[in-house]
Ligand binder design. Sequence first.
Ligand code: AMP
Length: 398
Amino acid sequence: MAKKTVEDIKELKGRKVLVRVDFNVPLDDKQNITDDTRIRAAIPTIKYLSDKGARVILVSHLGRPKNGPEDKFRLAPAAKRLSELLKKPVAATKDCIGVDVDKAVAALKDGDVLLLENVRFYKEEEKNDPEFAKKLASLAEIYVNDAFGTAHRAHASTEGVTKYLKGYAGFLMEKEIKFLGHLIENPARPFVAILGGAKISGKIDVIKNLLPKVDTLIIGGGMAYTFFKARNVEVGKSIVEADKIPLAKEILKQAIDLNKTIMLPIDHVIADKFDANANSQIVTRAGILPEWQGMDIGPETVTKFGHAIKKAKTIFWNGPMGVFEFDKFAKGTMAIAKLVAEATEKGAVSVIGGGDSVAAIEKAGLADKISHISTGGGASLEFVEGKTLPGIACLQDK
Ligand code: AMP
């Protein structure tokens, strides 16, 4: 699984390196970057290459442009922010291939950094068109992938280019592979996975792949109610995926066969409607009122889940324990965030896989207490599902 990294590249001085980064940052309507986390995450790799005298050519996508160039998807704001962070000029081109790009690349001096325009302005990118990949590859001598968030997609800039250039992992990519790989290859035990969020669908393969590997699977959030239905527990108006009830039954049976523990909530915070200011009350597992719905795990559940989390040596968390966007129903998720952070301080390895659980841990102010927060939502889930990620598979093995 280990891949060659930028540190395995023998000679960097004067060499042109094409680096796939993920600068898909959120912008407001005035083109201001509202969160530069993704740019910051790529700095160690860019700085390393630049400091070693490489000529760094960055390529990224931004948003989902449909028909060629669109001003709102231009990468100029990212170039500006990157320049501030690196404290050096960053040139930006108005295209990602073509004569002007060739000129800009030819003008690069050792240590310079250039950001190409949004690679998704070409439909060939997502089609992984070999000619387009060849044009991108022709800009450089070495390829580095540091964009974990798009590694589950075989696109020209994430996979196609490696037909023409040798590929290495950047530091961010290396860290993602290390932590996510640890979960599925060699987790310290007990290994506790905490899954939440609205639905089972989308996480079925994660559950199926993780169940044989974990010691305890904790299920909270909306997805718990489909499991309750599978056990004939009444759930009122709570979110249920009726078509997934047989699957939930199968998973519960599989856990028994594999001798694994699945933990479900033992009490709930219920509401009379789906609203931030809804009336609420705490009820036991079987006490959900017919017209009410489960919005969060209750305090007894936090204590119960806490026993398992405190003992864990490896923790994977994906999905909130309730409707954490509403403060009234965020307590369970915040309590789990705290428990995961405390377990990490005591030596557990904790990995949070993208999406809403990242927002939750940030809301709790505990992001820096976690071993690894994945930068890729979809990519981290596919990794944990045991799938081969094309953007990683194509990089050279150690
Ligand atoms: P996912 O994208 O599947 O991880 O789901 C995240 C969403 O699940 C968040 O927006 C939560 O508000 C929502 N969620 C968590 N618990 C519940 C619940 N009990 N009822 C409805 N939605 C929930």
